[in-house]
Design a protein around this ligand. Structure first.
Ligand SMILES: C[S@@+](CC[C@H](N)C(=O)[O-])C[C@H]1O[C@@H](n2cnc3c(N)ncnc32)[C@H](O)[C@@H]1O
Length: 298
């Protein structure tokens, strides 16, 4: 797996405390939830959040029978596990989104919020998601848009070299990318998804506004402004609802995990081990204290 693109590693990070808790981001959290509720069917069978972190949005998925919180960081998944308790609907799975450890056609709903900016190879990621998506389902993707008002103003004032109108992604800090909405739609289509409704989000993400205007007002205004997203996108955050590819079969009943190396379906864990039955592979994966670990074989 050494030929996979580089990963932005959050292992051991204090992401929750540093970025969310008491950090003045109630506005962002609330408007993202509004957009998510508008685009995600409220109930369903299997849902996966890709790059779920510490499970900030997990309470939005309570209408689903099985919810996978998938992330590269074991420590963030442990935080999710500790605050969600023993709810049997949740499964905590550590792995790399370029090598998804699931059988084809498994998930009715895919959700990805605040993570695509770490994807050095978004098309490779979309190809993996198209594989594990169940035909007929929905993929809700949020991405950081390079064509936002602040970037346009900086570019016009010659305070920024890259053009917000150029389609290719911009890596503004190592492993942090902003994307052009049209580029994203094109790559999603190439992967087989059918991009549809768009919502623009976080229009008022400005320190001075957030200090002067009550959060509840900004949230209400943003909720209205989100609805213009199908016509133009000038906000720093954009949500797009995609229909899953029509090809492929739903996963066979009773199958769930697949070896991330060779994609052979795996049986149930025994004594904390998930051996790959493919004799040419024979990797063994781990289940430890409720966390399925596919980052590297035992
Ligand atoms: C900014 S955090 C967002 C967490 C969560 N979606 C939220 O909005 O609170 C980005 C997350 O993406 C995860 N991530 C980055 N690269 C990944 C990869 N290659 N595979 C799986 N997860 C990855 C990180 O571990 C981190 O938890």
């Amino acid at each position: 797996m050494s030929d996979t693109p580089p990963v932005c590693d959050y292992e051991g990070s204090d992401y929750r405390a540093r970025f969310w808790e008491g950090q003045g981001r109630d506005y962002e959290d609330q408007v993202e939830r509004i957009a998510l509720r508008r685009l995600l069917p409220p109930t369903g069978s299997t849902l996966i959040e890709i790059g779920a972190g510490f499970g900030r949005l997990a309470d939005e998925y309570r209408g689903y029978d099985t919810v996978v919180l998938f992330d590269y960081s074991r420590s963030l998944l442990r935080e999710a596990q500790s605050h969600l308790g023993n709810d049997p609907r949740f499964r905590y799975v550590a792995g790399n989104w370029y090598n998804m450890p699931f059988v084809d056609g498994l998930f009715a709903a895919l959700v990805q919020i605040r993570t695509l900016h770490h994807a050095a190879d978004a098309p490779a990621l979309f190809a993996q998601l198209a594989r594990i998506a169940r035909p007929g389902g929905i993929y809700v993707l949020e991405f950081a848009s390079k064509r936002n008002v602040k970037a346009i103003a900086r570019y016009a004032a010659r305070r920024q070299e890259w053009s917000p109108f150029a389609q290719e992604p911009v890596e503004f800090v190592e492993l942090n990318f902003d994307f052009h909405p049209q580029w994203i739609r094109n790559r999603l289509e190439e992967a087989g998804f059918r991009p549809g409704r768009m919502l623009t989000v976080s229009h008022f993400r400005l320190g001075v506004l957030k200090r002067l205007v009550p959060t509840s007002w900004l949230v209400k205004l943003d909720a209205r402004a989100q609805l213009t997203g199908n016509w133009w996108q000038l906000s720093p955050s954009v949500f797009v609802q995609n229909r899953h590819p029509v090809w492929g079969e739903p996963a066979a009943p009773g199958t769930f995990f697949a070896c991330p190396t060779c994609r052979t379906p795996l049986g149930a864990a025994e004594n904390g081990r998930l051996p790959c039955p493919n004799p040419a592979c024979h990797h063994v994966w781990r289940l430890e204290d409720g966390l399925y670990d596919f980052k590297e074989p035992i």
